[in-house]
Write a protein that binds this ligand. Structure first.
Ligand code: ADP
Ligand code: MG
Length: 697
């Protein structure tokens, strides 16, 4: 491996490369666009494009692509080569500013939620200069935003970029008002921690459920699961370590700040965390990370599973979205400093976030809703479906004292004495961790923990940015004409904490009492995607997006339809896969095994009546009964899938039916199947077992 500092970002057309390769005036103009959002001129784009192309060719590229993030949840790319005929049968390699700025993929085959008909196929991708272009597999990748001919937003990135602008504008207004006049821009920063599973490719290839749906639809528990807690932070196995090393190297080349790696709670489960960066780049990088994980795994004969719940009865995978706001003067607005009680600026921003999370708890829930994540939220491993926030003991006590108007005494940082001379004493954090909270304050940032592992983080972040921008704009309006600003700010902080304290919860989010208590507080408990997404089009939510110019009402309604539709489609695929597995493999396998048992019993009887055949007979009876039930449940599932089609045209009713009926039958079918697996000889069972998959690497 080359030295890491040289390797890092070697495939990225980053700031350093731009400085080296662009004329000074071009570099300056581009930088102005990146930093201040100034519009970019075609003449500048032409110079940038040409330099990018020369650089890309040196990196082995022959093609370029506008890389975008449509509503499918995965990235999209179409590759064009640089070749241009020069008239004498030869070609030259060309790339113009126009090609850099604008692309025209056919928009008709991407989900649009009814905004676009197939006949109006035109869609545009537009270069996003705030995220660096990079070279990968012989192609120059240009990060872009995607919209339709008539300007409707068709992707996840545009709302994110708009929301970053919004929160910047509103935060700057508030900061300037309270005296921070030197701040001209504010950026949201994000560090997403990514969980994943690695299993052996040979086993994966034998499981159509994993291939088609990303999760196991059948599978009895292995004798050992995660109960010993011996995998979490455990020593990393050689094969996994080799994968991780390769992965780091590939990510570093792409300028991704891969920092931390470790084993997770479940067997075969791991985590990777990068160092945080701007929300926009973090989103692009997280999409790339997931893609590179899958590719590198394949090189090692492994498969990387990013589904939220690949294995029943074992922890699923999530993503922790660490989020903060910082100024162009280098200040983290969520850093409470040494004396948070005297830090009104911090308390004002904290109040805005508390109010935002309380008023838009449904949006935060919606943004993490997916068919896969439905398996996690509410189970004992992920935060519950109820959105609340954790401030920790110290900050919690401070907020309480503000509400009650009582004196606050900070405990401050406490010296931790290890009691062992060779170990240095160190300063303890003022608050312990609360791993059960969906939205936890962790020192100088909030950690939104309810995200599913496969989610594109653009959505949670554009929602967060937008709702906080909205609150800041309300704060500004309330404060701007105050005669005594200091008193007005303090009063506003107190009023906000008082009115929105219901969203703050520092206890155990897994406890049953919390469900009861949360209901008393009027908090929402939206258990599944259809329950949650139904609120997407509530008036207050549409107003939020329209007022802040993130999306139009039509676009929100389109997103609502897409979410519901894709949920139904996913469960439909799962149901069809189950039916296929049941009829073509499991039923015949168990039936063959029963025949072998019967043959054995008959052969024994033929030899002598004295030889006991009770074992065979008991198994034959048990499995035959289960087979009847299994076959009945399979037919029920077939009927349910047919019935679901009757809801075509009403996405909410259809998604609800899939959740309440189809999914319920799937669970029942699975229970019978898994119970047959425990009684069937592994020679006959058609699929690798949980034990083999989870402990096979
Ligand atoms: P943990 O204790 O949860 O491991 P870390 O400090 O290691 O916390 O950070 C976890 C993630 O949070 C990392 O990706 C890190 O880069 C990110 N992070 C740290 N500070 C910020 C910040 N100001 N804004 C956004 N993300 C941050
Ligand atoms: Mg974390």
């Amino acid at each position: 491996m080359a030295k890491v500092p040289e390797l890092f970002g070697c495939m990225v057309f980053n700031d350093q490369t731009m400085q080296e390769r662009l004329p000074k005036s071009t570099y300056k103009a581009l930088k102005k666009t990146i930093q201040d959002g100034a519009p970019l001129d075609l003449s500048v784009a032409n110079v940038v494009a040409s330099a990018m192309k020369d650089w890309a060719i040196e990196k082995g590229c022959t093609h370029y692509t506008h890389w975008f993030q449509p509503m499918t949840g995965v990235t999209a790319e179409k590759h064009d080569s640089f070749i241009t005929p020069n008239g004498d049968g030869q070609i030259i390699m060309e790339f113009s500013g126009k090609e850099l700025i604008k692309g025209e993929p056919d928009a008709s085959s991407f989900p649009s939620g009814g905004i676009r008909a197939t006949f109006e196929a035109r869609g545009y991708t537009t270069w996003d200069p705030t995220s660096y272009a990079f070279a990968k597999d012989g192609t120059l990748y240009i990060p872009t935003a995607f919209c339709s001919y008539t300007g409707e937003v068709l992707d996840k990135k545009t709302p994110l970029l708009r929301s970053m602008e919004r929160i910047s504008t509103e935060a700057v207004k508030v900061l300037n008002l309270i005296g921070k006049t030197e701040v001209t821009r504010v950026t949201t920063t994000v560090g997403p921690e990514q969980e994943y599973f690695l299993i052996d490719k040979e086993m994966y290839d034998q499981r159509e459920d994993l291939i088609y749906t990303g999760r196991t639809l059948f599978g009895a528990k292995a004798p050992k699961g995660q109960e010993l807690d011996d995998h979490y932070f455990g020593a990393i196995k050689t094969r996994v370590a080799a994968f991780m090393r390769d992965l780091d190297e590939e990510l570093w080349k792409l300028g991704i700040l891969a920092k931390t790696k470790h084993n997770e709670v479940a067997p075969s489960q791991h985590e990777l965390a990068p160092i945080f960066t701007t929300a926009n780049i973090a989103t692009d990088h997280n999409e790339l990370t997931m893609e590179v994980m899958k590719k590198v795994a394949e090189k090692h004969g492994l498969v990387c599973l990013l589904h939220e719940k690949p294995f029943a009865g074992i922890n699923g995978s999530g993503k922790h979205n660490n989020w903060s706001i910082s100024t162009n003067t280098g200040e983290n607005l969520l850093d409470p400093g040494k004396e948070p009680e005297n830090n009104t600026q911090f308390l004002l921003f904290l109040a805005a976030i508390v109010k935002a999370v309380h008023e838009y708890q449904d949006l935060l829930r919606i943004t993490v809703a997916s068919a896969g994540n439905d398996h996690r939220l509410g189970a004992n491993e992920a935060p519950p479906a109820i959105i609340s926030m954790y401030l920790g003991d110290d900050l919690g006590a401070l907020v309480e004292s503000i509400i009650n108007g009582t004196e606050y005494t900070s405990k401050g940082k406490v010296r931790m004495q290890t009691g062992v001379d060779v170990l240095a004493d160190f300063k303890k954090d003022t608050s312990d961790r609360n791993r059960t909270s969906p939205f936890a304050f962790t020192g100088n940032k909030f950690e939104f923990r309810a995200l599913g592992s496969a989610l594109n983080i653009a959505c949670p972040n554009y929602m967060l940015n937008t709702m906080v921008a909205e609150e800041l704009s309300q704060f500004y309006d309330e404060l701007k004409d105050a005669s005594d600003l200091d008193a007005a700010v303090k009063a506003l902080i107190k009023k906000t904490f008082t009115e929105h304290q219901a969203i703050i919860f520092n206890g155990d989010n897994y406890a049953d009492e919390w469900v009861v208590e949360a209901e008393k507080r009027g908090l929402l408990n939206l258990k599944s995607l259809p329950d949650a997404v139904a609120h997407f089009i509530d008036k207050k939510n549409i107003d939020l997006f329209v007022k802040n110019k993130i999306c139009s009402e039509e676009e929100i309604r389109a997103r609502y339809e897409i979410e519901l539709e894709s949920y139904s489609k996913q469960i439909n695929i799962e149901a069809l896969t189950m039916i296929d597995m049941a009829k073509k493999n499991i039923l015949p396998a168990v039936s063959s095994y029963v025949r072998e048992l019967t043959d054995t019993a008959l052969a024994k009887k033929a030899l002598s009546d004295a030889i006991p055949t009770t074992v065979e007979e008991e198994l034959i009876t048990s499995l035959s009964n289960k087979l009847v039930c299994f076959s009945k449940k399979t037919s029920e599932l077939e009927d349910a899938v047919i019935k679901a089609a009757e809801f075509d045209g009403n996405n909410l009713a259809q998604a609800t039916f899939f959740r309440e009926t189809v999914f319920a039958v799937m669970q029942e079918l699975r229970a019978v199947g898994d119970s047959m697996e425990t009684e069937t000889s592994s020679e006959y069972w058609p699929y690798p077992s949980y034990g083999e998959m989870l402990f096979g690497v």
